[in-house]
Design a protein around this ligand. Structure first.
Ligand SMILES: O=C1C[C@@](O)(C(=O)O)C[C@@H](O)[C@@H]1O
Length: 239
């Protein structure tokens, strides 16, 4: 999709995901100072926060925000009632440089308004899919990422690796899409695939997620921010 950026936004708020972007995942925007210096942005999990729109409106931090309002049916805590409308409203907040929209919502035709709001306001879109049960075959990973990429600036896929072969399939799909010029973000949830969070950027993955404190992880197997930042930097400097 050709995303139209209006360019009116403060440049510091832009999230282009052209290079690897480390997102500190949080339900509490007051964690921003602790994330600054290591993270490139905050992933604000609106679905896990109290009064998320009010929190966004009073945000005074420096890091740009990737806003996520994860549906309960996709591993989050938001009801469908008003969920995408709240995400569309979040695009009006200057600090919001990107929104995460579930691929399922896009394919069901439920996300037109939020996609439109993002486009009009120069806010990037991450179209995401999650598999909390396992890892589909490699061809399906490629298909899902390709499909998600039609609607968004970044196609994101999180799977659950049960074997090293699952982790390799995800990395291989990441490499294929990246070599083709697509912008993707991938990670394997859980213990077996944990290392993919550090390694996937080497194969082109554009977003990594980590909580400031591992006690507030937003998905299984996440490293804390300090650890993921150190691992990704160490691997980057080997290039
Ligand atoms: O979709 C993702 C990726 C994620 O599930 C992960 O595995 O790190 C964490 C979520 O907060 C984020 O919205």
């Amino acid at each position: 999709m050709d995303v139209n950026r209006d360019g009116n936004r403060d440049e510091n708020r832009n999230l282009s995901f052209e290079t690897f972007t480390l997102a500190a995942s949080t339900a509490d925007l007051s964690e921003e100072p602790a994330a600054r210096g290591r993270a490139d942005c905050l992933e604000f999990r609106m679905d896990l926060a109290d009064a998320p729109l009010a929190a966004l409106e009073s945000y005074g931090g420096e890091l740009p925000i990737l806003a996520t309002n994860r549906a309960a049916w996709e591993g989050g805590e938001a009801d469908d009632e008003g969920r995408l409308e709240a995400l569309a409203e979040a695009t009006a907040v200057d600090a919001v440089g990107a929104v995460d929209v579930e691929l399922e919502s896009i394919l069901a035709g439920d996300a037109e308004d939020v996609l439109e709001a993002a486009r009009e306001r120069g806010v990037a879109v991450v179209a995401s899919a999650h598999d909390f049960e396992g890892t589909p075959p490699r061809s399906e990973l490629v298909r899902t990422l390709t499909e998600a990429g039609k609607y968004a600036d970044v196609a994101k896929l999180a799977v659950t690796a049960e074997t090293n072969a699952d982790a390799l399939a995800l990395l291989s799909a990441t490499e294929q899409l990246t070599a083709h010029g697509d912008s993707v973000a991938t990670m394997a949830m859980g213990e077996v695939g944990r290392h993919t969070r550090a390694v996937a950027p080497v194969y082109g993955s554009k977003i990594g997620y980590a909580p400031v404190d591992s006690e507030r992880a937003t998905a299984p197997g996440q490293y804390d921010l300090e650890t993921l930042s150190r691992l990704v930097s160490a691997l980057e400097s080997l290039d």
